[in-house]
Design a protein around this ligand. Structure first.
Ligand SMILES: C[S@@+](CC[C@H](N)C(=O)[O-])C[C@H]1O[C@@H](n2cnc3c(N)ncnc32)[C@H](O)[C@@H]1O
Length: 217
């Protein structure tokens, strides 16, 4: 499944004008991410959560995104917040530069397992030992409508949980154990997890899974 180029183009056009809704959980954030550590918001989009972190008192926050259009929008909407465009990996940061990294609703936009591994491995490199990966994403849903679309698209994309949208997006919902394994395989211990219901990009409500990974020393 190599659809990287198409999905990148989507995030420059239709994806770049969407309103993102996947919320930060302030309780988890404050319990695991101290306000005085450098924080990376990877896949920050238009800097919605980057700006929220700054407003919450986090002193050293930077957002990075692959979409030039979303970064430009973020700079317009949140002047003064550090939001940078970086199209590939590795990131332009040294090993252990950050005390925490956010990965919010990004893996749902990355259909390929290999590309997902590259992202989490890179966050394992830039988060220092003892630091935190705060990941929030969409597990496989159990409702009939979602199950029907997983089945309808499984043949086309070859991976259960990957589906397309009418505006050209390709998304993935994840087997929770695979997500936990991804985090563990790249240097983190899963220290906490939580599920709740959140609004989605298409105006519905769906279950999400939050994982707190602690970077092993
Ligand atoms: C649903 S948005 C979430 C943005 C932000 N984290 C938030 O919650 O507001 C998904 C983000 O993932 C980025 N993205 C899409 N494909 C990606 C990829 N292959 N690698 C890294 N980021 C990607 C998009 O540019 C977009 O900003």
């Amino acid at each position: 499944m190599e659809i990287r180029q198409e999905t990148r183009e989507f995030w420059e056009r239709a994806g770049a004008v969407k309103t993102f809704t996947h919320p930060l959980d302030p309780e988890l954030l404050h319990a695991y991410v101290p306000p005085d550590v450098p924080v990376l918001d990877y896949g920050c989009g238009y800097g919605r959560l980057t700006a929220e972190l700054v407003a919450a008192g986090y002193a050293d926050v930077r957002g990075v995104d692959v979409s030039r259009a979303l970064v430009e929008r973020g700079r317009r909407e949140h002047p003064g917040v550090r939001i940078e465009h970086w199209a590939g990996l590795p990131l332009p940061f040294g090993d252990g530069s950050f005390g925490a990294a956010l990965l919010f609703a990004v893996l749902t936009c990355v259909p390929g397992s290999g590309e997902q591994r590259e992202i989490v491995a890179e966050l394992g490199r830039v988060v220092r030992p003892g630091g935190v990966l705060y990941l929030s994403d969409m597990p496989l849903q159990r409702d009939r409508w979602d199950v029907a679309r997983y089945e309808a698209y499984a043949g086309r994309f070859g991976t259960y949980g990957v589906f397309g949208t009418s505006d050209g997006g390709v998304f993935r919902h994840h087997e929770p154990d695979r997500l936990r394994g991804l985090v563990r395989a790249h240097g983190f211990t899963v220290e906490a997890e939580r599920t709740d219901m959140v609004p989605t990009l298409d105006g519905r409500t769906a279950e999400r899974l939050q994982l707190i990974g602690r970077r092993r020393g």
